[in-house]
Write a protein that binds this ligand. Structure first.
Ligand SMILES: [Mn+2]
Length: 195
């Protein structure tokens, strides 16, 4: 079973993340930020990665530390659960529509963190949630997860739909990339022999 638990404590946040890459997409995510929980639930549901997250952060300041640090812990959990990446498909992509929003993700579980983010969220807030934190989350997740992550918005005018489409699109791409390749289950998918 490819799973991992990460606990991370700082003066700003106290976070635990447990994931299972070979799951069914079950989730129990509680960060104290309603919209963010909704997004993390989408990430689990559409990647088929089981996900349990507890985050207690300094929300009296704002949501920034909690969202960023959850991204860090989730990225670390992904990297740990992948181990030496033997047998994985490695690459994934997804073109995902949600009403007005159309978002394209291409990713490589390369151990070379890189985020290309061409997503324009037209409002500063979704409810009480700062929309700029969507990018902060994926920056932290890609950096700690060792993901080359390209996310491009092709259309969209509703911030909730656009944000949700980014999480679903990344989730679907991730689902492909973490899958075990039945034709190469014993090999690390790189001509270098290491990822
Ligand atoms: Mn929604």
């Amino acid at each position: 079973m490819r799973s991992a638990t990460i606990t991370r404590q700082t003066a700003e946040t106290d976070i635990s993340v447990t994931i299972n890459l070979d799951g069914t997409g079950s989730y129990d995510n509680q960060t104290g930020i309603g919209f963010f929980d909704h997004m993390l639930d989408q990430l689990a549901r559409h990647s088929l990665i089981d996900m349990t997250i507890r985050a207690k952060g300094d929300l009296h300041i704002d949501d920034h530390h909690t969202v960023e640090d959850t991204g860090i812990a989730l990225g670390q959990a992904l990297a740990q659960a992948l181990g030496d990446k033997r047998g994985i498909v490695r690459y994934g992509s997804c073109l995902l529509p949600m009403d007005d929003a159309l978002v394209r993700t291409a990713l490589d579980l390369s151990a070379r963190p890189f985020l290309i983010w061409n997503v324009d969220l037209p409002t500063a807030k979704i409810g009480t949630f700062d929309t700029e934190l969507v990018r902060e989350f994926f920056t932290a997740f890609a950096t700690q997860g060792g993901i080359t992550l390209h996310v491009d918005m092709l259309h969209g005018f509703n911030s909730h739909h656009i944000a949700e489409a980014t999480f679903k699109s990344v989730a679907r791409a991730l689902r492909q990339a973490v899958e075990t390749d039945p034709r190469k289950a014993d090999a690390i998918p790189s001509t270098k022999g290491a990822l």
